[in-house]
Every structure is written in structure tokens, then in C-alpha cells.
Design a protein around this ligand. Structure first.
Ligand code: GLN
Length: 425
């Protein structure tokens, strides 16, 4: 059977194909002469399935889409505090190449504008590493996000370097504030190589899927960076990824995203999918025109906005009943689905509102798919209080969702794999 998702993507790119608005980036001949008609869209799921339509394997330079990934590498290599001391996390509402630094500190406002990205490039690798090794660390890191070895477009790199006056000016300003402590030219050189890494739309979707999959590449299985780094990166993408169009993007599309001047655009929807589009004509902010149109359509058609309110937790208690009778009666709360704060609150409230009269109370997790940390803590507090109130507690946990042995703060609890055979004393 033909894939429903691929057919959807083929229809979507067909719909935007007529849009000729925007212009190619013109600051170097290699970008000005690109084929403006190229168009592609790819979805990569967090379990590694890839769906695409259009020119999904056409290579182009990653440009500014490298910024969130290199920010992730800097955070992984130097830690949050060291990076935050040099680069802020506030949206600047300014163009990507604005020459502006925070008054007083000289810090770039965020890592998505060039000033911040040049600084984060310098923070990749271990302190004191030589420029060439640092650039290699960056290219290796980008390759790990993509799950394959990426190379550099040398012609674009050379041409960018010859036209790098503005980025050099930014780097010299950063050096004058001691935000950069090394030779500004070497750092810009490395940053430009980073921007000239060749990717396809398929690569970008896999890189975005690695962000969506908490830092684990869905294809190679490699853990590229820790989950805490990813949350930080996605937050900055959500607030600053689209430069001076970030607010519009947040309301219209609502997916953490990043664009590049060669026409690429990525979005990472946590826990679901990495999305990439490619179409080289740009709007006045430097974002791909047809890419924006595609993302607006994806978000509306598929309910992908991260601020969409998820289904309520009302169904976590599947049933609340008594098995057996007399002194053998067991009050059973059969739970289901994924349990987070709102679900755990519902369970705890049910018990608080109608205190069980039976001596034995069982929490049955057989149909539960996941319980996050806060929900585990709340259910342990519930078992502790019931134990303290004189009840005998049973936890039916066949998939070992709770750690074994249960932490002592849960009170006295019998953990069993099934309720059959577990009888009241
Ligand atoms: N190499 C470009 C620059 O630094 C990247 C900018 C972009 O993609 N927005 O100016």
C-alpha cells in the first residue's frame, strides 16, 4: 500500500509549488545561482521512519540551521553555566546578522543570531582546543545528529570567507568585550565552515528527529547529547529560531524551528517527529517562503502546535471496583495509559473523596504505559498514607514501571505481577 504520509507530503508540496514569492540569498554567487525551483518536504519519526516528497536528496548548505545543533554541542562540552556566561537566551527581535550585543556585558542576546552562533562555535570542544580540532568537533557533532558523515562545500566556504566582513566585524566586537578570547578570524573561519556543511532535506529531518527524540538519533541509536541539553535547545529554538519573525511563527506554527539562508527549514516536535523543508526563495527575514507555507499547513492539518492542549487525563482510572467479599474484599483501582501530574492528581483525588472501606487496596498498573517522576512520587505518597491508615497495599506492576525495590517512602507495599492469587489475609 502507498504510504498515507508520503502522499500527504506530495499533495502539500504540489499546493505550494505555484508560490514564486521571495528571492534567493544574494550575498555570495553560490547561493545567488542556486536552483530556485527546488522543493522538498520530509518527516522523520522518532522511531526512525522517513517520509518524503520532492527533491529530498538534493544537497545544499546547512547555514544557520547548524546553530541550534552547535549550541547543543557547546552546552554538552562546557555545561550550561559556562555557555550562559557568554551567550544569553533572550529573543532579540532583530535580524540574524544584526551587530548588537547586550549593553554592559557584551554578551550576544541568544545563540540563534550570528553574534551568538559565532560565540557558541568557539565554545564547542574542550577549553583551549585548537581551531582546526574545534571545527572538526563541530562537523563530527553535526554528522552524529544526522546519523551519517557530512562534508563541507568548499566553494561556498571560500566564497563566504571572502564576503565575511559583517561576521568579522561581529567577531571583533565580541573579542573587544572578551566574549571571544581567541583570534576572531579563526573563529569566523570555523563558523563559516560549519555553515557550509552539506545536507539534504532527508538529513535535516533526521537531525530534527534527534532533537525530537531527546538527543538519541533514531536511526543510528547514538546518544548525541543529553536530554537536559535538548530541552534547553528546543526552548531557544521556540523563542529565537525564526529571528525577528519568531513571534509570528510561535502563534501560527508553534513548533520549535530554525531556518537557513540556503532555503532549509527544520522543526522538531518533541516526542513525535522531525520535519524539514527545502525551498531557496526567502522572505525579508531570511526565512524560506514556501517552507513557511508548508509548516503553517502541517501545523494546521495535523494539530502539531506545541501549545495545543493535550487530551485531558480523565481516563487514567479505567475502573474502581471491589473483588472478593467479606474480609477477602480488595478495592481495585485499575489504571491505564500514560500517567503524568494531572492523571496522578485524578487518582489521588478519587481515593481522597471516597476513602476505601476495604482493608486491602490494589493499584493495578497492568494497562499503564508510562508513569513520569512526579506521578510516581504522588502514587508512592498515596500508598504510604493508605498504609499508615491501616490498609494493606498491593501494587500490580507486571512491566516494572516502578523501580524495584520500591523506595521506602511508599510505605509497606506488596508488589505483584498480577492480581490473581493476591488475596487479602
Ligand atoms: N552563513 C550565513 C551567515 O552567517 C548564515 C546565515 C543564515 O543562514 N541565516 O551570515
Amino acid at each position: 500500500m502507498r504510504s498515507i504520509v508520503s502522499d500527504y507530503l506530495a499533495d502539500a508540496i504540489h499546493d505550494v509549488d505555484v508560490n514564486r514569492a521571495g528571492a534567493l540569498a544574494g550575498y555570495i554567487p553560490e547561493l545567488a545561482n542556486a536552483d530556485a525551483e527546488r522543493l522538498a518536504a520530509v518527516f522523520a519519526t522518532v522511531d526512525g521512519t522517513v517520509y518524503g516528497a520532492g527533491n529530498v536528496d538534493t544537497p545544499f548548505t546547512i547555514q544557520s540551521i547548524s546553530k541550534p545543533f552547535v549550541y547543543a554541542l557547546a552546552l554538552a562540552d562546557r555545561g550550561f553555566h559556562a555557555v550562559l556566561a557568554k551567550v544569553g537566551v533572550e529573543p532579540s527581535g532583530e535580524a540574524f546578522n544584526e551587530i548588537s550585543l547586550e549593553p554592559g556585558t557584551g554578551r550576544p542576546r541568544n545563540p540563534m543570531i550570528n553574534a551568538g552562533a559565532i560565540t557558541t562555535h568557539a565554545l564547542a570542544g574542550s577549553p583551549g582546543v585548537r581551531a582546526a580540532a574545534r571545527t572538526q568537533r563541530v562537523i563530527d557533532g553535526l554528522s552524529a545528529f544526522a546519523g551519517r558523515r557530512l562534508s563541507v562545500d568548499e566553494a561556498v566556504c571560500t566564497s563566504e570567507m571572502a564576503h565575511a566582513h559583517r561576521n568579522l566585524a561581529i567577531a571583533h566586537m565580541l573579542r573587544s568585550h572578551d566574549i571571544l578570547t581567541e583570534d576572531p578570524r579563526e573563529v569566523v573561519d570555523g563558523y563559516i565552515r560549519q555553515c557550509a556543511v552539506l545536507v539534504t532535506t532527508r538529513d535535516l529531518a533526521m537531525m530534527a528527529a534527534t532533537l525530537a527524540n531527546h538527543g538519541l538519533n533514531p536511526r543510528s541509536g547514538e546518544r548525541v547529547v543529553e536530554e537536559s541539553v535538548i530541552r534547553h535547545v528546543l526552548s531557544v529554538m521556540a523563542t529565537c529560531g525564526m529571528y525577528d519573525a519568531a513571534g509570528d511563527w510561535a502563534t501560527q506554527v508553534g513548533i520549535p524551528a530554525k531556518s537557513g539562508v540556503a532555503g532549509g527549514l527544520i522543526g522538531a516536535l518533541p516526542g513525535q517527529v522531525g520535519i524539514a523543508t527545502f525551498s531557496p526563495r526567502l522572505d525579508e527575514h531570511g526565512n524560506s517562503v514556501r517552507g513557511l507555507q508548508l509548516f503553517e499547513q502541517f501545523s494546521a492539518d495535523m494539530g502539531l502546535h506545541v501549545m495545543s492542549v493535550p487530551p485531558a487525563a480523565r481516563s487514567v482510572v479505567r475502573s474502581h471496583h471491589v473483588v472478593g467479599d467479606g474480609t477477602n474484599a480488595i478495592r481495585v483501582l485499575q489504571l491505564q495509559g500514560g500517567i503524568r501530574f494531572a492523571g496522578a492528581e485524578k487518582i489521588v483525588r478519587e481515593v481522597e473523596v471516597a476513602a476505601p472501606t476495604e482493608h486491602t487496596v490494589a493499584l493495578d498498573l497492568t494497562l499503564v504505559s508510562s508513569i513520569d517522576n512526579v506521578a510516581q512520587r504522588m502514587l508512592r505518597e498515596l500508598t504510604r498514607r493508605l498504609d499508615e491508615g491501616g490498609h494493606r497495599m498491593i501494587l500490580v506492576d507486571p512491566e516494572s514501571l516502578f523501580p524495584s525495590p520500591l523506595p521506602a517512602d511508599a510505605g509497606a507495599v506488596d508488589v505483584v505481577a498480577s492480581l490473581t492469587g493476591a488475596s487479602a489475609p
